[in-house]
Design a protein around this ligand. Structure first.
Ligand code: NDP
Length: 434
């Protein structure tokens, strides 16, 4: 902690992993002997840079850019870029740290990293977003590559931003190196199913958890937080499986639509018009309510899918949800439940899928995009979705079996942390002290 002052989210993420590891390190003293725990907390490389750009009014703006290359024992660094005003080193490191174990759980040859900027794309014109992305890539390009470090999207970075970033990378390097970024558009090296993958994957993971109690999504009352990429696709998948998703949110408030959210309308407002969720209530009519500034976790659910941001669901909200019949939680976002909320879910016997397992479908499909780029191929939607489904079932079963093996049956947090850590630690041991 003294070495990384003020990085509270990073400390929280490290604590959450290390609390699970005692049964593993007891059985494997070689990890302690080789200082794997200390080494795994120290990024291989951290890059912090100035991002100057000119806004539409002609004013010079300055943001800060980050790329934390955390661990490449299993493959090139891999993880998204987040553009949000809250971004600072502690957030990037928490996300990069989580990414190491998540990527290991996918079984794909990818290491862990994360990056981003305190730039806020909301309210900016397309031209401003393009100039920012070009400036950001003008520094980042020298650090990344298909065999080195492969960024993707995250909060505030979707297809538009990846396009501008890829365009500038191609221009500076004079290489059409498709595999340097994932989340690309379908017409220029992207993979079908990548946009849907994180949200779909979280629902598939939840479905596997529900099956262990003889239940399914059919008839569940679902609440989703956020209304971005992960949230919208989680809503779509849950409703395809027979659930009714009654609420969703953005950072300004939430909507309740007891009839089930109209996904096409939500996509139109959020993805095409880049509008606010309040507009959904205005257009859908009086049956839908909009609550400004409240928490979507005040709405009762049998399945909760937090898909917005870190630490958005606390112990008070967890206790209320449990009291009102909650059966399962799958984290579409990274670390959306506080440590206290997670503890309450475990005490109450609620099925709980942690983000590093439940939302791994996005990065797994990014690895499938890299495979398609490397072989200059383009797979069908059905084939790619089938691969995603197999990967999610595999991650679920791996976490469940590992939790069982280490004496904590049903504890997916312990299963994910132990299994992910073990894969990375074994590779680090094999590669020597580097
Ligand atoms: P988007 O930018 O597409 O959407 C984010 C959503 O969350 C928006 O509705 C946004 O509302 C809301 N939100 C963001 N920050 C806050 C905040 N501080 N308080 C309240 N609401 C907030 O991002 P994604 O859907 O891509 O990412 C969502 C989560 O999923 C993140 O935790 C991300 O790390 C994680 N994730 C994403 C993956 C992906 O493939 N995209 C892969 C794995 C994990 P508003 O528009 O008002 O800001």
């Amino acid at each position: 902690f003294r070495r990384n002052p003020g990085e509270v989210e990073f400390h929280q993420a490290v604590n959450e992993v290390f609390e699970s590891l005692a049964p593993l390190t007891d059985r494997h003293p070689e990890y302690t002997d080789a200082a794997i725990l200390q080494r795994i907390c120290e990024p291989e490389r951290q890059i912090i840079f100035r991002v100057p750009w000119v806004d539409d009014a002609g004013n010079v703006q300055i943001n800060r850019g980050f790329r934390v290359e955390f661990n490449s024992a299993l493959g090139p660094f891999k993880g998204g870029l987040r553009f949000h005003p809250s971004v600072y080193l502690g957030i990037v490191k928490f996300l990069g740290f989580e990414q190491i174990f998540k990527n290991a759980l996918t079984g794909m040859p990818i290491g862990g990293g994360k990056g981003g900027s305190d730039f806020d794309p909301r309210g900016k014109s397309d031209a401003e977003v393009m100039r920012f992305c070009q400036s950001f890539m003008t520094e980042l390009y020298r650090h990344i590559g298909e065999y080195t470090d492969v960024p993707a999207g995250d909060i505030g970075v979707g297809g538009r931003e990846i396009g501008y970033l890829f365009g500038q990378y191609k221009r500076i390097t004079n290489r059409y190196e498709s595999g340097v970024l994932t989340g690309k558009g379908i017409g220029w090296g992207g993979s079908l199913v990548r946009p849907e993958a994180t949200g779909y994957g979280a629902v598939l993971f939840a479905q596997e958890m529900l099956k262990t109690r003889g239940r399914s999504f059919d008839g569940q009352r679902v609440v989703v937080s956020g209304s971005g990429n992960v949230a919208i696709n989680a809503i779509a998948k849950a409703q395809t499986l027979g659930a009714t998703v009654v609420a969703a949110s953005d950072s300004a408030g939430y909507i309740v639509d007891e009839a089930g959210i109209d996904v096409d309308l939500l996509r139109q407002i959020k993805e095409i018009e880049r509008g606010r969720i309040s507009e959904y209530a205005e257009r859908r009519g009086s049956a839908v309510s909009y609550v400004a500034a409240g928490s979507v976790w005040d709405v009762n659910a049998t399945v909760a899918l937090p898909c917005a941001t870190q630490n958005e669901l606390d112990d008070k909200q967890a206790a209320r949800l449990i009291e009102n019949g909650l059966a399962a939680v799958a984290e579409g976002a990274n670390m959306p439940c506080t440590a206290e909320a997670t503890a309450l879910f475990h005490e109450a016997g609620i099925l709980f899928g942690p983000g590093k397992a439940a939302n791994a479908g996005g990065v797994a499909t990014s690895a499938l995009e890299m495979q398609q780029n490397a072989s200059r191929d383009a797979w069908t939607f059905e084939h790619t979705e089938q691969r995603l489904a197999e990967i999610m079932v595999g991650i679920h079963d791996d976490c469940a079996a590992t939790a069982e093996e280490y004496g904590m049956p049903g504890n997916y947090v312990a299963g994910a942390n132990i299994s992910g850590f073990k894969k990375v630690a074994d590779a680090m041991l094999a590669l020597g002290v580097i």
